[in-house]
Write a protein that binds this ligand. Structure first.
Ligand code: LLP
Length: 418
């Protein structure tokens, strides 16, 4: 996974830009993304696939800013979406609808109609009821819907339980043991065109084995289907490749494909991937200022201006994300801090027990924040959502304005006064 962040004479730079300059110009908290890092991470996928027929569908949910999507669309990326909101973003960013796969377990008839109207590549279907609705929706538009069934292969992704999705107890997909029957019934539906199979077993995977186990199970199913005259054109193994937040031994895209592609040798189905985190996580940071320092007998607290509403991962998953000052000050006293935000919840922290040499007013950088950062942010505690910035070489672009107090109450209405 590529990053374009370096420390130079004590100051952090992203590409050619000092992060200090961004903090000065745009204020904090703000998310900053590197265009180059996103491009390099996407290119690594394409390179790792070599000549094998493939489609890399970036998981929009991981970072859906339209400038990020535009960057990937310009490289020819496909997109994995989970809502019509994400589809409209992809279209706005110049993405090709024909390279869109539509995941998610509760698609509505309206969402299906819109996706059929723009001609997406495939619907990843998660239940028989959804299949029935899609068939009816396609019939009402006199079209056929391209379909893949998302199967749950029952493999343990060995990741955090909240981001593991391929076990029997998870809500996702159709049990692989029921899949054959569902395909056979789908094959009888007039407006369903079966073109693929998919799975997504979890996120932040650092081992290749769960992916290989899942693929092996999918291949058995694909062969059984082909014996029953239901040939499939693609196999979609989902996303999930992990990135380094701390010192994890991660799997490179090259190593992943070097193990996965041999399973597909002599077959020819197109391989679809749905990576999110491995494209954007290490391409982004969150900048935040230290507002106050305070200590008691037990602890030192660095109270910063970013909170769990801006970056939820540490609070929700106990995720460890690196925190460093954007300019080092070796003269300052080194202490162990809990880095906490202004939100009124004890669970509001960005990091615990971090060794830092900092003073009030310093700017900190939270690393690997390009995925599942801004997209999971909220207005909790009536905090406006922060600005997003994209660095491209020597250029800096504001790609989302900081929300204003007026934005906070947009759409709200006082009751009439009698
Ligand atoms: N495809 C499907 C169907 C998914 O559900 C997901 C992620 C992906 C692809 C992309 O997975 P990735 O390559 O990014 O691992 N908010 C959590 C992660 C939730 C992942 C949800 N699904 C976090 O911050 O760790």
């Amino acid at each position: 996974m590529h990053t374009t962040i370096n420390r130079n004479n004590g100051d952090l730079f992203m590409e050619d830009i000092a992060l200090n300059d961004i903090a000065d110009q745009f204020g904090t908290p703000c998310y900053v993304y590197s265009k180059r890092a996103i491009e390099l991470n996407y290119d690594a996928y394409v390179a790792a696939m070599g000549d094998y027929p493939h489609l890399v569908c970036y998981a929009v949910k991981s970072n859906s800013n339209i400038a990020v999507l535009q960057t990937l669309a310009a490289l020819g990326a496909g997109f994995d979406i989970v809502s019509i909101g994400e589809l409209e973003r992809v279209l706005m960013a110049g993405g090709d609808p024909n390279k869109v796969v539509f995941s998610g377990l509760a698609k509505t008839a309206d969402e299906m109609s819109r996706a059929l109207e723009v001609g997406i590549h495939c619907f990843n279907i998660e239940s028989e009821s959804e299949l029935v609705l899609l068939n009816a929706t396609a019939a009402s538009l006199s079209v056929n819907a391209p379909v893949s069934i998302r199967v749950n292969p029952d493999v343990d992704a060995k990741t955090h339980p909240y981001i593991s999705t391929g076990l029997k107890e998870d809500k996702f997909g159709i049990d692989i043991n029921q899949a054959l029957g569902v395909y056979e019934r789908a094959a009888q539906m007039d407006n369903i065109n079966l073109i693929g199979v998919d799975c997504h077993i979890g996120s932040q995977l650092t081992e290749v084995k769960p992916f290989l186990d899942a693929m092996a199970r999918l291949l058995i199913l694909v062969d059984q289907l082909s014996e029953r005259d239901i040939p499939l054109a693609h196999i979609d193994i989902g996303g999930g490749l992990g990135v380094r937040y701390q010192d994890e031994q991660t799997l490179s895209v090259g190593d992943y494909m070097a193990e996965l592609l041999p399973l597909l040798a002599q077959r020819g189905e197109t391989l679809i991937l749905e990576p999110g985190r491995s494209i954007t996580a290490n391409a982004g940071v969150l900048l935040t200022h230290v507002q106050y320092l305070k200590s008691n007998d037990h602890k030192n607290f660095a109270i910063v201006n970013a909170a769990m509403n801006d970056m939820l991962r540490p609070s929700l998953y106990q995720a460890w994300m690196d925190i460093q000052p954007i300019s080092t000050h070796p003269d300052r006293e080194e202490r162990i801090y809990d880095v906490v935000g202004p939100v009124c919840e004890s669970g509001d922290f960005l990091g615990k027990d971090r060794i830092l040499s900092i003073s009030e007013g310093d700017c900190l950088c939270l690393f690997s924040a390009g995925s599942y950062g801004f997209v999971m942010s909220s207005n909790y505690n009536s905090r406006p959502r922060v600005a997003e910035i994209m660095v491209a070489g020597e250029q800096v672009h504001l790609i989302r304005q900081r929300e204003t107090l007026r934005d906070l109450v947009r759409g709200e209405q006082l009751l009439p006064v009698n």
